[in-house]
Design a protein around this ligand. Structure first.
Ligand code: ADP
Length: 394
């Protein structure tokens, strides 16, 4: 038996889950928020009970120390020696990392180089890695990349129709994200279908605040909707997804924003928030739409219409599809979005049952038994994938 901790470090937050492996039992989990700000919040479950502490946490080193102290002082573990490995979620592996890796010093130097590909997320990931390294230097740490699963995409999928030298000189290509989630649900789908992954053509819809669709053939990602950054693809909570690139200079001229300013609008003020004008949170939008708010209805329609079209195009890409998977906050919970996305796919053999579609937050088939294409709701579990990779590589 070994204990493994899965870490997801953001710029002002640190999420953690401690596992007993190989049983995959969650011993504790929690979140440290507002690191470096006033009134930082440390939430951890102890014996199944959530404990919340408001305190001053100036940086990630202090956050990690607080977490590790708590694990022992609350009796969750007897000593830090019981932790056998640490797994870090890392946003970008570029073309360097096609699988998770045990982190060595030269890897950290590579992460710093790759940082320019994901400047919003990467520095926080590196800070999290270093904070654990400072306190637990002898415990192996593994990086699990959001992009790695998509490294199997063929060149025809990942290449943009731009001057080829841009790819060679600057690494400009589609990388794709949410790879750990797409990989997890594709493996679960194979188990639930009782068919080997090698035989399956799957379309995975990860629909959370960020959203991406992946075409998975024989267990390999062959295309995905996010691109060089997580801004591309379908409409999201606050992100625009694909737009005509000529709009960027046009918006700059109309609004006097800089390129960075427009990018900020596309990342933070667009998507369902931009269309609805009041919220990026699908629950708010569903409530308002049911009450007759036209802009809320429009946000729902724009969001579901983009996902619907990706499903059609990925089915074409794979010459058919065996199962469509819904996961993450919206995919797992929203019967409204699933219904809108699935409506009008009967032509390609998707027959779904409105009664089964009511399912929320648990694994379930929502297709009619006779449907040639299965439709499956699968709660994602990126943390267990991180813990599995730590166990596999250390
Ligand atoms: P993140 O990308 O931040 O991890 P999540 O996977 O938690 O996001 O998904 C958040 C989204 O899921 C929000 O838009 C939220 O409204 C939506 N969501 C969560 N629960 C429900 C629900 N019961 N019904 C509809 N939408 C839900």
């Amino acid at each position: 038996m070994t204990k493994v901790i899965a870490i997801n470090a953001g710029s002002s937050s640190l999420k953690f889950q401690l596992f007993e492996m190989p049983e995959e039992e969650v011993i504790t989990k929690g979140l440290i928020e507002r690191i470096g700000l006033d009134n930082s919040v440390f939430t951890i479950s102890v014996n199944g009970e959530k404990q919340k502490e408001v305190t001053n946490i100036p940086n990630h080193d202090v956050a990690v120390k607080l977490l590790l102290d708590k694990l022992t002082s609350a009796g969750i573990i007897n000593s830090l020696d019981e932790i056998n490995g640490i797994g870090h979620r890392v946003i970008h592996g570029g073309e360097v990392y096609t699988d998770s890796v045990v982190i060595k010093n030269e890897d950290i130097a590579k992460f710093e180089e790759l940082s320019e590909l994901a400047p919003l997320h990467y520095p926080a990931n590196i800070t999290g890695i270093k904070a654990f390294q400072n306190i637990l230097p002898n415990i192996p740490a593994v990086a699990v990349f959001d992009t790695a699963f998509h490294q199997t995409m063929p060149e025809s999928s990942f290449l943009y129709s731009l001057p080829y030298d841009y790819y060679k000189d600057f690494g400009i290509r589609k990388y794709g994200f949410h790879g750990t989630s797409h990989k997890y649900v594709s493996q679960r789908a194979s188990e639930m279908l009782g068919r080997p992954l090698e035989q399956l053509r799957l379309i995975s819809c990860h629909l959370g605040n960020g959203a991406s669709i992946a075409a998975i053939e024989g267990g390999n990602s062959i295309d995905t909707s996010m691109g060089f950054t997580p801004l591309a693809g379908v409409t999201m909570g606050t992100r625009s997804g694909n737009i005509d690139p000529a709009l960027i200079p046009f918006i700059m001229e109309k609004t006097n924003l800089t390129a960075e300013g427009v990018l900020n609008v596309l990342n933070k003020q667009s998507g369902m928030l931009g269309v609805s004008g009041f919220s990026s949170d699908l629950r708010d939008i569903e409530i308002q739409s049911a009450e007759g708010n036209e802009r809320a209805r429009l946000a729902l329609d724009v969001f579901s219409n983009r996902i619907h079209k990706y499903i059609g195009s990925y089915a074409a890409r794979m010459n058919g599809v065996d199962a469509i998977i819904f996961t993450a906050g919206i995919g797992e919970n929203s019967d409204v979005i699933r219904a809108e996305v699935l409506k009008g796919l009967e032509f390609m053999g998707v027959y779904w049952d409105p009664a089964l579609n009511k399912t929320r937050g648990e694994e379930a088939f929502i297709n009619y038994p006779h449907s040639p294409v299965k439709v499956i709701v699968i709660p994602t579990d990126e943390e267990v994938m991180i813990a599995r990779d730590v166990t596999r590589l250390t």
